[in-house]
Design a protein around this ligand. Sequence first.
Ligand code: SF4
Length: 341
Amino acid sequence: MYDGEQGEFVAERKTGPLLEVEDLRVEFRTRDGVASVLNGVSYYVEAGETLAVLGESGSGKSVTAQTIMGILDVPPAVVLGGEVRFHGENLLAARPSRRMEVRGDGIAMIFQDALSALNPVFTVGFQIEEQLRVRRGMSRAEARKRAIELLDLVKIPNAKGRVKSYPHEFSGGMRQRAMIAMSLALDPELLIADEPTTALDVTVQAQIMDLLRDIQRERDMGLILITHDLGVVAEVADRIAVMYAGRIVEQADVFALFREPRHPYTEALLASLPRLDLKGQELTAIKGLPPSLARIPSGCPFHPRCARARDVCTKDVPEFRRLPGDRFSACHFAEELVRHG
Ligand code: SF4
């Protein structure tokens, strides 16, 4: 909307969370058996906020994102239940045409591997322009002009010249920028970034994260950042949802979670982080491996690796419950955890 006082366009504020995922349950049915990939995932994102979804590989972070986007391979995936509400509308119950409308316009996604996400046989410019022509009805010239603006926005040098380049002519960092430009073409209100910097070197990683943060602030966009990197989370997130074995095990504001984790898994992740103030001390690795989703342990799925496990943990699944301070934990003993470090 246009803000007369500021003399510029600003994002329109709507009430309520932008996106709410509630009790999402997904399994994969293959010839080798059934894997319970999501076992009741719930989280929300507000406009202008960054939610980091943190967890080891196979914890269900990306499957949740694919379900939100409606790009899950069905079969082998089967959505057993739950809701994905965008501005209150349950997308899981929406018609395919409505889902297509929301994709790009409402919610866009960037992937870890830009090379396989971009089409190698079309120029980067064409891939941005195509969306603008089909979805916005722009003429060829208008779409080209906007594509150049978008490449400029993501700081691709000589955007006017590079708009005619093919993906393989870009470096890894430039390809990731091009994918960000493509995802922003339809002005989405929510961007899901699935491990957007994992394949890049450290300097480029920092540049891409800075770019995402700047664009998000400028547009008051919601951002779901999927990552296994606690360092990235500490720098950019407002809130964190920690996933383990297809469940959210802890959700809290970034400061509260780093200062005082309320789940032993989060506690163990933080203890495995190098810290300047503990120079010389050994890092603590989390013992064991994440469970196979085809054979999730009984009770608390983290119990075989948990240093705090007791008898009840092997039998009763802990409820994901609200704690004081608008935070959540799925541990029987969340209240007993002491200050980290
Ligand atoms: Fe550990 Fe038990 Fe808490 Fe699970 S419920 S995280 S096993 S203490």
